[in-house]
Write a protein that binds this ligand. Structure first.
Ligand SMILES: Cc1cc2nc3c(=O)[nH]c(=O)nc-3n(C[C@H](O)[C@H](O)[C@H](O)COP(=O)(O)OP(=O)(O)OC[C@H]3O[C@@H](n4cnc5c(N)ncnc54)[C@H](O)[C@@H]3O)c2cc1C
Length: 204
């Protein structure tokens, strides 16, 4: 399912390591807009310990319930979500990446790290770190290594909220989409898109 009618050919591939709010947000934006996206996740997200009253637009939701909806959402757009498969190594640079798990070897043009506070893969990739031992990123979440993005707690000293993690993932994916398109990419949908996708099921 895709709601976006952008004419640009998107043949790049994206691997997201970590399937919490940051990783699934990145996957949603990437796959929805035509990038072949794979997510690896070991399901140790902090969301299983949380109940959200501070996610704008949602009055109250259990963290695990939020994750179930998020997983369904990325699955509906065709993301290859590999639940329970741990990434053991990532190698490469802007010319492409090789990702290893116990089950296989995978290749991608871009890697988005979304492993919560765990910074090990960023260190292995030789991403630059700040004086506070955080992964150093720009506002688009791109690290010092071309094609590698970092999100969530690994890039922030304390602002550890789901809404911020979701924004990080979205920013990373949109930056990749802009790189591929060669100009700023806008993931904008309008009511007619909802009517086209969901037909008579669209809420008034
Ligand atoms: C007790 C508690 C209460 C909280 N309450 C709130 C709240 O009220 N509101 C709020 O906004 N936030 C709350 N939070 C914080 C919120 O849960 C986090 O901000 C959010 O989960 C961060 O999302 P993330 O995607 O960056 O990381 P995470 O949710 O930590 O997800 C990282 C994922 O990466 C996976 N992973 C790690 N390494 C690998 C690997 N090598 N291969 C594959 N997968 C890997 C992990 O298993 C995990 O599933 C709370 C947290 C806690 C602990």
């Amino acid at each position: 399912m895709s709601t976006t009618e952008d004419e640009t050919e998107m043949d790049a591939t994206v691997i997201v390591v970590g399937g919490g709010p940051a990783g699934l947000s990145a996957a949603l934006f990437a796959q929805k807009n035509g990038l072949e996206t794979t997510v690896f996740d070991t399901d140790e997200t902090w969301m299983h310990k949380a109940h959200l009253f501070n996610y704008l637009g949602i009055g109250s939701v259990g963290g695990s319930e939020f994750m179930a909806t998020a997983r369904q959402q990325v699955d509906d757009f065709g993301t290859d979500r590999r639940q329970g498969e741990e990434v053991t190594s990532v190698e490469g640079d802007g010319d492409g990446f090789v990702v290893e798990t116990d089950d296989g070897t995978y290749e991608a043009d871009y890697v988005i790290l979304a492993t919560g506070a765990n910074r090990d893969l960023a260190a292995d990739l030789e991403c630059a770190f700040t004086d506070e031992d955080l992964v150093d990123v720009d506002v688009d979440m791109e690290t010092s290594v071309d094609g590698v993005y970092a999100t969530g707690a690994m890039v922030r000293p304390e602002e550890w909220q789901a809404a911020i993690a979701v924004g990080d993932g979205a920013a990373a994916a949109l930056n990749i989409l802009s790189s591929e398109k060669g100009e700023y990419y806008h993931d904008f949908d309008v009511p007619a898109d909802a009517a086209r996708v969901f037909g008579e099921h669209v809420a008034e």
